[in-house]
Write a protein that binds this ligand. Sequence first.
Ligand SMILES: C[S@@+](CC[C@H](N)C(=O)[O-])C[C@H]1O[C@@H](n2cnc3c(N)ncnc32)[C@H](O)[C@@H]1O
Length: 271
Amino acid sequence: MTTGSDWQAQVGRTWAENYRLTDRSFAGLTERLLARIGGCEGQSVLDIGCGAGELSLAVARGNPAASVVGVDVSADLVEAARQRGGALANVSFELADAGSWSPTGFRPDRLISRHGVMFFDAPRGAFAHLRAISAPGAELVFSCFRSPRLNPWATQLASLLELPPAADPYAPGPFAFAEQDHVTAILTDAGWRDVTHTEVDFAYVAGMGEDPVDDALNLFTRIGPAAPVLRSLDAGRRDQALGWMRDWLGQHRSGDLVALPAAAWIVTAAH
Ligand SMILES: C[S@@+](CC[C@H](N)C(=O)[O-])C[C@H]1O[C@@H](n2cnc3c(N)ncnc32)[C@H](O)[C@@H]1O
């Protein structure tokens, strides 16, 4: 489980320090998401849980006549996004809970998100609020992970350590929106209609360079579900777990790259 308070504290700080690595991991997905979002010229675009701003910035650069606002609950990530976007006139970033943020003079025609919507404590209320602040005819497009089973980059360590699965699969966290019917019900209850789900499989780039396995281990000790598990182990068990991870990552090395299978949804809905 990863809550809004986790993002406001250490998790957000770590992501802000490492956004180049997460943007690299998600690059294959970002391309697909941007293709689905398509042109936004002349539109107001809201990026929900924008993090360090990669998606907001890409849309703002590609659509100079769009007005893009990224909203995030982590002060460290909003600061990183503002620094990255300083030179662009058509993008800004707000520190707020997207599930209750009430802008003045901004009514989004497009609501977009790369993996920023699975962390709401009360997703039905949040999506109802987002619909209420949107323009009539607005379109929602976001990505989220599919089943943990299809995302071994996130689950392999837990399976090597034989940890039990999460007690509540719908608790806020990376896999809270993995089940299609669950997400459709949330969005429909919140007033959104015509919900669609499209499967996207992509290569999660975990490591690169001269020693891509070491690079990937470095990523997983800092970010993602393996990091808190590794921190919780005593020194001996941690070394053993790192050894297992190293072997497993080595099996996925191809030249100067470690890329792991990853599975996401692109979800769309209409106002
Ligand atoms: C997995 S990260 C994705 C960040 C960014 N969209 C990206 O692709 O790099 C999830 C993001 O959602 C943000 N977040 C979580 N709960 C939120 C909320 N209630 N309102 C706004 N942002 C939230 C986190 O701070 C974090 O930046």
